[in-house]
Design a protein around this ligand. Sequence first.
Ligand code: KG4
Ligand code: ZN
Length: 341
Amino acid sequence: MIKDIKILAIETSCDETAAAVVVNGREVLSNIISSQIDIHTKFGGVVPEVASRKHIEAIGIVVERALEKADVTLEDIDAVAVTYGPGLVGALLVGVQYAKGLSYGLKKPLIGVNHIEGHISANFIQYKDLEPPFVCLVVSGGHTFVVYMKDYGEFEVLGQTRDDAAGEAFDKVARAIGLGYPGGPKIDKISREGNEEAIAFPRANFHDKDSLDFSFSGIKSAVLNYLNKMNMKGEEINRADIAASFQKAVVDVLVDNAIKACKLKRVDKIAIAGGVASNSHLRESMVKEGDKNGIKVLFPDPILCTDNAAMIGSAAYFEFLKERIAPLELNAIPNLKLGER
Ligand code: KG4
Ligand code: ZN
């Protein structure tokens, strides 16, 4: 009989301190997340220095709770996994140092995980039978990619943002219309009361027509210009209409490129990942277009879309199977690229 592999995973790349215990990359025994959102809200965004300090305060207790909830001890763990990039360097270092300490002390293998690969892996937890190849649209606060996942841990980037990430655009526009941080969920909510056809915000156009790249800074600037114009004319703005029109502009581009990528790779399934994958309009629109084109659309539950450690434990399992064990010199790499090791 093949032994179950239990991985203790740690995630501290941005503003959530998270730990989880995951069996065989698919079964989550615990998934503990300590969010710093309340602290950063006061500043309108994540303050890196504050994030690192809060990770240091929280990490011990978060790991302890993850073990408790999973009803396992450190001795039961087969490997320790940690996000080592991309992310905020000071924040990443807290998790990396902690994981290295545990790995050394317990004499258990250490596995370094790419945060974006973790987001993609959330789909393996949600869909127990999902196997590569498939296309994945990764949309988070820091990243926007459409990738072809050839095999576990093997990626081909088909398109990526040339400027702002999708989530970043949501957050910036939310701030501009006074909705606060984090903006994505707030824009999602208020959009339900707005008219998405009210304002025609532009979609990026590249010279290279076949490009699957994204650009969101133009849409964001168009919203800011619109606000300025209305302000100068002394006219009232309708926040719900602005939010709904902006959201539609972003989602149209995401869906369009995602479907094109599936056709290019001749695959009939697409997984969506990252914080913005929780967006209700993106979910509806992706499913509708997927149905039209015979493509199955997969979404993890919202708790697995935003930053968490279960997704890191899942990605780590497939690294473990490939014997990609990290040395104790493992360092945080803030700009780690997808597929890079
Ligand atoms: O994946 P994530 O938790 O962190 C990063 O790795 O960046 O994503 C956070 C991002 C934020 O920009 C947040 O505004 C966005 O995901 N987000 C959403 C929604 N929920 C979270 N954006 C649009 N609609 C949502 N419902
Ligand atoms: Zn993330």
